[in-house]
Design a protein around this ligand. Structure first.
Ligand code: DAH
Length: 348
């Protein structure tokens, strides 16, 4: 029996170390340790072993079982390690990895965030409104008569009227609609800015997109004057363009403000493409004192006199963020902002 056991041990260990894959190892396990395996068969002979030999043979039997089990486990682990090693063969783990590409905010978003921060410091709160608007919010309430060119079908994206919403719907042509929305829902004093998209049926070219971005502002309280308007916008634009930048307020016309102005900046304050014409003035914003007729449209809608023009005055302004970003960065074509070309975007 001793001899048989030793022989089985030698045979099993040889078979295991020769096993080339997991299947071969499993076959060896079944052959030697399985239910009808060699060791099991041998151990059935224990009943015929003499009483004196029993402890010794029993111990040997255990030793052989343990040795075979250990050899099986070891071989299995070895094979697994070989598979892992093969998978990583040729991989130099000390090479530097591929650096993840860090994204950044879009230049228009960066400018918008900066503008919001500056106005926040002056006490302006953020306001919002829908992109799909009623004709009343976009035009009538803003004192823009039916024959105004902005209302022309060629200039505006009109949509079918919605149930329960009399009059046409349209994609707002400016963010001034948010002035109206804010005054409808809140009584003065109010001081808001409203960034958002605006839409026009424009031919797309280097300076026009059918969808662009604006920022609107409105301040209504007792005793607001043109001096407040000028001071606010000059502070804002100096923060953006630097203290040496020169501005002028040029009389203009908007239906919803009286008097109205356009703000111009002297090109000398700008970089890039404007450097060769430093004396040129570039238009950067529209603004003015809220027309009392606008307050009256709001009062009628609210069915109160919250915006009594005898008591309250206000100023409003609006500017295009895309245009401002172009001027500030010397970007020659507005379409760059929407083309998702990383060579352009990575410069900001
Ligand atoms: N809504 C005007 C536009 O899109 C910009 C504007 C001008 C806004 C004067 C204003 C303003 O609030 O007072 O061209």
């Amino acid at each position: 029996m001793d001899q048989q056991l030793e022989q089985l041990r030698a045979e099993a260990l040889a078979a295991i170390s020769a096993a080339a894959d997991e299947t071969a190892i499993e076959q060896a396990r079944i052959k030697f340790l399985g239910q009808s395996g060699a060791l099991t068969t041998l151990s059935k002979g224990m009943k015929d072993v003499s009483k004196d030999d029993k402890p010794r043979i029993g111990k040997l039997l255990n030793d052989v079982r343990n040795a075979v089990t250990a050899a099986l486990d070891e071989r299995k682990a070895g094979l697994l390690a070989d598979v892992d090693a093969a998978a990583f063969a040729g991989v130099d783990v000390s090479l530097p990895g591929t650096a993840p590409r860090l994204g950044s905010l879009h230049p228009i978003t960066q400018l918008q965030d900066r503008a919001i921060q500056i106005f926040r410091r002056m006490g302006f709160a953020l306001a919002d409104g829908p992109d799909i608007e009623t004709e009343w919010h976009c035009f009538d309430a803003l004192n823009t008569p039916a024959d105004h060119p902005a209302r022309n079908e060629q200039d505006t994206f009109y949509m079918a009227p919605a149930d329960g919403c009399p009059g046409g719907r349209l994609l707002r042509t400016h963010t001034s609609t948010i002035q109206v929305r804010t005054m409808e829902s809140s009584a003065p004093p109010i001081r808001i800015i409203a960034p958002g998209a605006a839409y026009r049926r424009d031919e797309v070219d280097a300076t026009h997109l059918a969808q662009f971005n604006q920022m609107e502002g409105l301040y209504v309280a007792e005793g607001v004057s043109v001096a407040d308007l000028k001071g606010t916008l000059e502070f804002f634009f100096r923060e953006l363009f630097g203290n040496d930048a020169q501005f002028r307020f040029r009389p203009h016309f908007f239906p919803f403000t009286e008097p109205s102005f356009e703000v111009d900046i002297k090109a000398a304050a700008l970089k890039g493409s404007h450097a060769n014409a430093p004396d040129r003035w570039l238009e950067i914003a529209g603004c003015g004192m809220v027309d009392p007729a606008v307050f009256e449209h709001i009062n009628t809608k609210r069915a109160d006199r919250a915006y009594d023009p005898e008591k309250y005055t206000g100023f409003a302004f609006g500017f295009g963020l895309d245009r401002l970003a172009m001027i500030m960065s010397g970007t020659p074509d507005i379409r760059y902002f929407t083309q998702n070309d990383q060579r352009f975007l990575a410069q900001f």
